[in-house]
Design a protein around this ligand. Structure first.
Ligand SMILES: [Zn+2]
Ligand SMILES: [Zn+2]
Length: 131
């Protein structure tokens, strides 16, 4: 089954050929500010580009932060680490157009969660990174 993903302006389009391994939500300020708090873990072998890979910009933060974040250079839609060389990497769930067939498994960095965000599911909560 194919799960389609795209950015807001439509330049970036991709497919995931199998349901992602899992979904998680990170409440750290980094994920929150780029609008990618909820993510799915995608195996690189299941990611197929349709168009727009060249429109993806990578933001690599200064240390101590280490996770680069990708976004559409035209409309700014967060895409997670979609250009990663790793076997498995996070893709922002809001970029998906189809049901990824997985539901949120955990909340991490809950200690950094803003007060206006209320956790409304029963998924496990971790104050920081799940250990
Ligand atoms: Zn776009
Ligand atoms: Zn985070």
């Amino acid at each position: 089954m194919m799960i389609q993903g795209s950015c807001c302006c439509g330049r970036v389009k991709f497919e995931i050929t199998q349901p992602p391994k899992m979904m998680g939500t990170c409440h750290c300020s980094r994920c929150r500010k780029v609008g990618a708090s909820t993510f799915v873990m995608v195996s690189r072998s299941t990611l197929k580009w349709i168009q727009g890979a060249e429109a993806v910009t990578r933001y690599a933060p200064e240390p101590p932060f280490k996770y680069a974040r990708c976004f559409c250079s035209i409309c700014g839609t967060a895409l997670g680490e979609i250009d990663s060389e790793a076997d498995t990497f996070p893709v922002a769930a809001q970029a998906l157009d189809d049901d990824p067939q997985v539901r949120n498994r955990f909340h991490e960095f809950v200690a950094a969660k803003p007060p206006w965000y209320e956790i409304c599911d029963g998924a496990k909560q971790f104050a920081e990174h799940p250990s």
